[in-house]
Design a protein around this ligand. Structure first.
Ligand SMILES: [Zn+2]
Length: 389
């Protein structure tokens, strides 16, 4: 059972950026200032685009959701257009979030139905109440195929967040404290505790596809590295990007390797995905899932690239004198104390950085006698001398 104050609940998987980077780069612009929508209320951020916030029982204590004015053919009378809303993302399934949605229903929906539920990706804070909203409004779920199928797997206990395969994966990366790993094993119920059910069917979103929602046309931008097939939504004409978790203003998106794909390179996928948002103008309003709406996408992307480049260089330097495993590298990437739950996300992120360096050839990787992966800097190339010297 989740409560708002349970201190054992983990942070959602995000890492704070290095503060020096925030001051060294051009500042982001927050056109709505310090404003935050109050519980049960919405704030219109562009014509027909409304911002609402739901609480989360983590250190990261909120998620932003979006309501878009919509119009779709009536399901039984196709010549009649039905006015209503598309909800983008849902919040986790708990009593407080259901209550907050009921408040929104009476205070903000103007008596109109939710016509569809669009989910950017399968993480619990985005997906949790999709089943409830879809049932409540007889509305279809729209999301990408990989996200939908990953949600089904995670909901049925085949999750990347805990259980025996995750324990084995962490052990192979040097995390060996039995009491801590027992907690990791028990986290197999982490996802279903917040996403107890997945709708039986969905409408597929694909990168590059366009979705008309009310008067606006939104293009899906596929994003990788944070989740299997994240969809951000770009309305070019209105200069709006619903960025989900792929572009956040003040925390860096978690990018983790998981047990199911131990040799994956999600950090490279994430950095490549940022390319697809680099072209946005400075005026484009970014609507992120956490934090406040902001302008300055390109500046923020530069900050994120620098943040990761710095971590990668630090790891290469540290591995130049000794072979390190991911668990030993944690303090280099996370310069703060981590509890067990935070360590699970931090380990995934550490392996993501090390895997990128290994797959790029900047580090070598070997399993030691205990079966632990150790990463080491490659021997410096001897300077080439002309033959015959
Ligand atoms: Zn996420």
């Amino acid at each position: 059972m989740l409560t708002q104050t349970n201190p054992r609940m983990p942070d959602l998987p995000y890492a704070a950026p290095a503060p020096d980077l925030r001051t060294a780069m051009p500042p982001l612009c927050y056109p709505l200032g310090e404003h935050l929508p109050q519980p049960g209320t919405v704030t219109e951020v562009a014509p027909g685009v409304f911002w609402l916030r739901m609480g989360l029982p983590f250190a990261l204590n909120h998620i932003n959701l979006w309501l878009l004015r919509d119009r779709l053919p009536h399901p039984t009378q196709s010549s009649v257009m039905q006015e209503g809303w598309t909800a983008v993302d849902c919040g986790i399934d708990n009593a407080a979030t259901r209550e907050a949605w009921q408040q929104i229903e009476t205070q903000a929906l103007e008596g109109l139905p939710i016509l569809r539920v669009l989910v950017t990706h399968m993480h619990p804070d985005h997906m949790g109440l999709a089943h409830w909203l879809c049932e409540r409004w007889q509305a279809p779920l729209w999301m990408s195929t990989s996200e939908y199928q990953s949600a089904l797997l995670a909901c049925s206990g085949l999750s990347n967040f805990g259980g025996d395969p995750t324990v084995a994966f962490f052990k192979a990366h040097g995390w060996n404290q039995p009491d801590e790993l027992a907690q990791v094993k028990a986290r197999v119920g982490y996802y279903p505790s917040m996403v107890p059910k997945i709708p039986n069917a969905y409408v597929r979103l694909m990168a590059g596809a366009q979705v008309r929602i009310g008067d606006r046309l939104w293009q899906c931008i596929g994003g990788y590295g944070h989740s299997p097939e994240h969809m951000a939504l770009h309305n070019e004409q209105g200069q709006l990007l619903i960025s989900g978790d792929m572009l956040l203003p003040s925390i860096s998106t978690n990018v983790s390797v998981y047990a199911m794909e131990p040799d994956g390179n999600p950090l490279q996928h994430f950095l490549d995905s940022l390319d697809k948002m680099q072209h946005l103008s400075d005026e484009a309003l970014i609507l992120p899932s956490h934090g406040r709406p902001f302008q300055g996408a390109a500046a923020r992307i530069d900050q994120l690239r620098s943040h990761h480049a710095e971590r990668l260089d630090e790891l290469v330097l540290a591995c130049s004198t000794q072979a390190l495993c991911a668990h030993e590298a944690l303090p280099l990437i996370f310069k703060r104390a981590l509890d067990v739950h935070q360590t699970t996300f931090a380990m995934g992120e550490a392996v993501a950085h090390l895997n990128l360096l290994w797959l790029e050839g900047r580090l070598s990787r070997e399993q030691d006698a205990a079966g632990i992966y150790r990463f080491k800097g490659r021997e410096p190339q001897s300077s080439a001398k002309p033959r015959g010297d």
